[in-house]
Design a protein around this ligand. Structure first.
Ligand code: SAM
Ligand code: DTB
Ligand code: SF4
Length: 364
């Protein structure tokens, strides 16, 4: 079995990405078979536990308060609602629930305590629990770990250079620091990015350098195709071609052989044949459910028909790592510290973000 390398260079990754298509597919499929069962695909269900009204300026995101998008914002969901949705996800064959909140970073207090309870209750349903809540301190990561969190999603989104063209309210280093904080616990890391934001192939390779040189590499890497939402700065981006998506999945598989590569946002634009090529190239995870966080996703029944057609089986929970223990709040070793971490705010001007903000002001 080929050893996992942590010293990939941008040039090497570009060379892989630009290989003749058939060679790339063959090499990726070969690596995939050495490390994974090619007929097993992990299925996660997203749950937007707090939607919209976010203070950040991420150019791709419909949940940023400063842009005018047609999403319905919501306060933090109740524990009962979350439990009911998680049960539904389990019944439909999901092994993991990923709870997303439109937050810049986690703040100690009642809402975080409520999220910790959500983690406890989903872990008790014997499902893998993932959260994506923005930036996180070490103490907050430890509290999530104690509650029984299985994975934390925190995307690098693009190369460090292109990140500056998309977001001005935080820096790349904040993302790396958060991943580092998660790594100080036994929670697994889920980190990937988005293609189709106007970045160059070099930026896609740059993101894969940043992810693959982490040691250990992330246990899962979501590859999202931009969902261009009206009102966001990236509303006019052309859809990603399937060839680019397959190349990105295949390259990710080759440089991170052990990770679960997740075919994430953008599947509604893809045919079954296109998705089959992605699975062949090494994708072995999807988000299921008719909604991602705020945008549509293929119907669950359609996905199950696709699985049947391709002979794919959903992965059972805790196949890759044992189920974490849940420690109740009263027995917790870690308490809220009321920290006020100084996450950065570069605040440089991104022209298209400014334009989208002005447009939103004019509408409001
Ligand atoms: N607020 C937290 C954060 O930014 O880390 C968690 C939620 S945020 C919506 C999670 C991820 O969703 C982002 O990092 C980005 O990769 C992805 N995402 C958001 N909007 C998207 C879009 N329109 N198309 C594709 N991916 C998107
Ligand atoms: C990830 O990489 N993709 C998911 C999950 N992690 C949180 C989110 C996709 C969001 C797509 C836009 C939306 O539905 O709002
Ligand atoms: Fe907020 Fe996350 Fe959306 Fe950025 S990606 S605007 S941090 S919800």
């Amino acid at each position: 079995m080929s050893a996992t390398r942590h010293n990939w260079t941008k040039e090497e990754i570009l060379e892989i990405y630009n290989k003749p298509f058939m060679e790339l597919l063959y090499e990726a499929a070969t690596v995939h078979r050495l490390h994974h069962d090619p007929n097993v695909v992990q299925v996660s269900t997203l749950l937007s536990i707090k939607t919209g009204g976010c203070s950040e300026d991420c150019g791709y995101c419909p949940q940023a308060a400063r842009y005018h998008t047609n999403i319905e914002g919501n306060d933090l969901m109740s524990l009962q609602q979350v439990k009911a949705q998680a049960l539904r996800a389990k019944e439909s064959g999901s092994s993991r629930v990923c709870m997303g909140a439109a937050w810049r970073n986690v703040k100690d207090g009642e809402e975080f305590d409520q999220v910790l309870e959500m983690v406890r209750s989903i872990n008790k349903l014997d499902m893998e629990v993932c959260c994506t809540l923005g930036m996180l301190t070490e103490n907050q990561a430890k509290r999530l770990a104690e509650a029984g969190l299985y994975a934390y999603n925190h995307n690098l989104d693009s190369s460090e250079e292109y990140y500056k063209e998309v977001i001005s309210t935080r820096g790349y280093q904040d993302r790396l620091d958060t991943i580092d904080n998660v790594r100080k616990t036994n929670v697994t890391v889920c980190s990937g990015g988005i293609i189709g934001m106007g970045e160059k192939t070099e930026d896609r390779a740059g993101m894969l350098v940043a992810l693959s040189t982490l040691n250990p590499q992330p246990e899962s890497v979501p590859i999202n195709a931009l969902v261009a939402v009206e009102g966001t700065p990236l509303e006019d981006q052309e859809p990603v071609s399937i060839w680019d998506m397959v190349r990105m999945v295949a390259t990710t598989r080759i440089v991170m052989p052990e990770t679960q590569v997740r075919l994430s946002a953008g599947r509604t634009q893809m045919t079954r044949e296109g998705q089959a090529m992605c699975f062949f190239a090494g994708a072995n995870s999807i988000f299921a459910g008719d909604k991602l966080l705020t945008t549509p996703n293929p119907d669950v029944n359609e996905d199950m028909k696709m699985f049947e057609l391709l002979g794919l089986n959903p992965q059972k929970p805790f196949t890759k790592k044992v189920q974490p223990q849940t420690i109740e709040a009263n027995d917790s070793q870690y308490q809220a510290l009321g920290e006020k971490p100084k996450w950065t705010r570069p605040d440089h001007t991104i022209e298209r973000n400014e334009l989208a903000k002005e447009k939103a002001k004019a509408i409001k």
